[in-house]
Write a protein that binds this ligand. Sequence first.
Ligand code: AHR
Length: 319
Amino acid sequence: MLKKITVAVSSILLLAACGAGGGDDAAGDDGTITMGFAQVGAESGWRTANTKSVQEAAKAAGIDLKFSDAQQKQENQIKAIRSYVQQKVDVIAFSPVVETGWDTVLLEAKRANIPVILTDRAIDSEDTSLYETFLGSDFVEEGNKAAQWLLDNTTGAQKVVELQGTTGAAPAIDRKKGFEEVIASRPDIEIVASQTGDFTRSGGKQVMEAFLRSTPDIDVVYAHNDDMGLGAIEAIRAAGKVPGKDITIITVDAVKAGMEALAAGEINFIVECNPLLGEQLMDLAKKVVAGEEVPARVVTEEGTFTQEQAKAALPDRQY
Ligand code: AHR
């Protein structure tokens, strides 16, 4: 039976003591693959859906999943990966909280002959031999789409405030880059303030409150995820303004709560980021453990939603 273990830093040693798998073998004696999965945290609706997808897909694929929650701290993820190496799991998968600082621990996994799969977020390392493949979205493209909608749906000067994701995280870096690339063609669109809200609703609310105090006449909020956008909506309402009308709101993810706000007219446009990566991850894991070739990059397919499209999609939305 699938063992689900949620680890805080303190319980990582406990995990290490549980032992399973074997980095030098293709899989356990009975053929069961053991995967160590080091998740970022539980910061957003997207992350909750992603965790559920990974856990359900592991169960369906008959993969023994060891799961840890790093609470958005890189040191916790490093400890979790190290514990998976000690336990000699068959494969390690993780979604890196930030882009840099992984080489040492991934070299330990490589020396132990344990393949690593990056899922959702990439790392910034020159040594691509440290991982087998990267499964996830094109975050630059998501930023491009968000900005393109703004270009296509506004005329005249636009003062934009940006709610960034976690500092140093791939989606924060790339969604900013992608947005800036496209607005460069419209000099009258300007990012007048930009700060991290750490991908959380409370972070988005707090930063938006500060923006509303410090920056007059905000036209647009560009939030790197729905949760921060939902926090911004609370702040905008509390300031006596109407979200989606007085201030245009663009977000990324398309989780249910975001889609409901979009359908209700409080968000104006959402770029989709698909969290349902579990099934593809388990397929890749099986191939990697069997020594089969896998593509170096697997890009998730995703779309965008207007208010009308959100209304149509909501009844069937899974997450
Ligand atoms: O890495 C994916 C991002 O992480 C999601 O867009 C955001 O909601 C999450 O926290």
